[in-house]
Design a protein around this ligand. Structure first.
Ligand code: UDP
Length: 379
């Protein structure tokens, strides 16, 4: 059979593309080299708990159209991400940086007191930048120091970020930390978005819903038979690594990957929260996820006497590993731009997603991107 679209990769971009194209009467074939669909959203059920096999995914958006679309595939629950961080000083702090964090860090009780403290904490870094005639933070460290100051940078940011990215904060782009809100209210919601949640029954339901009625071939690597796959459809939607698509001709892009040490524990409630970050450089993992808290709330967590946790170890990506995060530093960005120039000239290939666009995407913007594609490209 000849298809309108061959979609390489059954992750969120590919599955959403397949869904919206199929709704418009297009014939789609999705191939994926893994043995399951869903990309890094994939969950495995262990002890009755949906375990996020490739790291925690929390859907959040202010885009009503995106929210209604995903909820039309599967209803979402009311999970609100409110991680806590265990700092090098041994204490626990609420995230994101808000009045609770400031109270825990400095004992300040009002927004006015917190603001005065923050100003004092930011002062040195701001003065240093001024003295050097710099108007914008040049790296993540400067961004953090001018945004939130010294104590929080040292206790909650530096160690975590350097473990997560395997690079010094002075060598990382400032935008990474701009994701984190700073608030003068007692609000532990990690995101500022209007809508947030987890699909009821887990992410596999979302992916299965998106791929309903679509031809899917798993365990199928595009690169093992590229010439064949290139003839099977009018257009290719490519969601894999863009450098691999072009045979690494401008060099390899770098990625970070995460290894998970997942354990089943004989206790109902291990850490009382889905996400606990370990911000000290001395703890080898970045965070511990207790998966049941994504879908079970309050004392209902005690209904299951067991729990499943995953420690996350962040490492540099090498061949054979799953790439997770693009490393958008200057070197990689320059390499990517060269690939992008080739990609922009393609008539019959559409590139999308974290790996093909070499971009630190959240889930909702991926969906918005696909929706926009169909808005601008008509039927
Ligand atoms: N971050 C930090 N301390 C924390 C949590 C996050 O310094 O306790 C920084 C870190 O640089 C990280 C970035 O904020 O890479 C974004 O974190 P987020 O949790 O949003 O990333 P993701 O969940 O996508 O890994």
């Amino acid at each position: 059979m000849h298809y309108d679209y061959l979609i390489v990769g059954a992750g969120l971009f590919g599955a959403t593309f397949a869904n919206l194209a199929t709704k418009r009467g297009k014939r789609c074939l999705v191939i994926d080299k893994r043995s399951h669909s869903g990309g890094n959203l994939y969950c495995e059920e262990i002890e009755g708990i949906n375990v996020h096999k490739y790291g925690a995914h929390i859907f959040h958006t202010s885009d009503k159209e995106v929210w209604e679309y995903v909820n039309s595939i599967v209803p979402f629950n009311r999970y609100t991400n409110s991680p806590v961080a265990q700092a090098p000083n041994g204490k626990l702090y609420n995230l994101p940086f808000n009045m609770n964090t400031f109270y825990q860090m400095w004992g300040v009780k009002t927004p006015e007191e917190a603001l005065a403290k923050l100003e004092e904490q930011r002062k040195d870094a701001l003065e240093k930048m001024q003295a050097e005639g710099v108007s914008e933070p040049r790296n993540l460290e400067e961004q953090a120091l001018t945004l939130i100051g010294k104590d929080i940078y040292e206790q909650l940011i530096k160690g975590y970020t350097e473990k997560q990215w395997g690079r010094k904060c002075t060598d990382l782009p400032s935008f990474i930390i701009k994701r984190l809100p700073v608030r003068l209210t007692f609000d532990n919601n990690y995101f500022n978005d209007l809508f947030q949640g987890i699909p009821i029954g887990g992410y596999n339901r979302l992916i299965e819903g998106l791929l309903k009625g679509v031809d899917v071939k798993l365990n199928t690597d595009f690169f093992n038979n590229r010439t064949y796959w290139e003839t099977i459809a009018d257009k290719i939607v490519f969601t894999g690594k863009i450098d691999e698509f072009y045979d690494y001709r401008f060099g390899k892009l770098e990625y970070r990957t995460v290894n998970f040490d997942t354990k089943i524990l004989d206790e109902a409630n291990h850490q009382g929260n889905a996400v606990v970050n370990y911000t000290s450089a001395d703890v080898p993992y970045t965070r511990v996820i207790e998966h049941k808290h994504f879908e079970t709330f309050g004392n209902a967590v005690y209904d299951n006497p067991k729990t499943v946790i995953s420690e996350e170890y962040s490492t540099e990506w090498h061949d054979g590993m799953e790439p997770f995060y693009p490393v958008n530093d200057d070197r990689n960005q320059k390499v990517y731009e060269q690939y992008k120039e080739l990609a922009d000239k393609e008539q019959n290939v559409i590139f999308g997603g974290r790996l093909a666009e070499y971009k630190y995407y959240d889930m909702a913007p991926i969906i918005a991107k696909v929706q926009n594609f169909f808005k601008t490209n008509g039927k």
